[in-house]
Design a protein. Sequence first.
Length: 162
Amino acid sequence: MNRKGFTLIELLIVVVIIGILAAIAIPKFANTKEKAYIASMKSDLRNLVTAEEAYFADSIKYSGTTACTPVAGSATFCETTGNTLSGLATTTDGWKSNITNANTSKTCAIYIGSTSNSPATKEGEPKCQSKAASSHFLSSLRLLLSACAFRLAADLRLSACG
């Protein structure tokens, strides 16, 4: 008998392999988007440094407020869409601020002067808090799914042969 086509087991193995590839690829794309949001927040904080230093050059003091259009007493600065600046405050010898994005749970911070602002640890360098536990969970889940898929594929091969 000359049949053409695939058996059910062969099709199931292909579906399992595609599922494994999707389980690996989807978190990678999600991580890429989060990296972009973090880069956007860090960029905004660097731009805030420039705006505050420009204000300082004109006024010999730092500003505790910002505005998108030039306003007396405020540094001229606009956040990127989706980013929210919070906690901008002057200190005895500088200023500090935090920024968040609606699409990620991470918060970034920066400071100028001697008053640190967690998670920032170096003056003038934006730093974001990390969520190592959630990425570890995703890695474990991916590994578990891969092991289950390979076991299923092995079981299907054994039942087809026996």
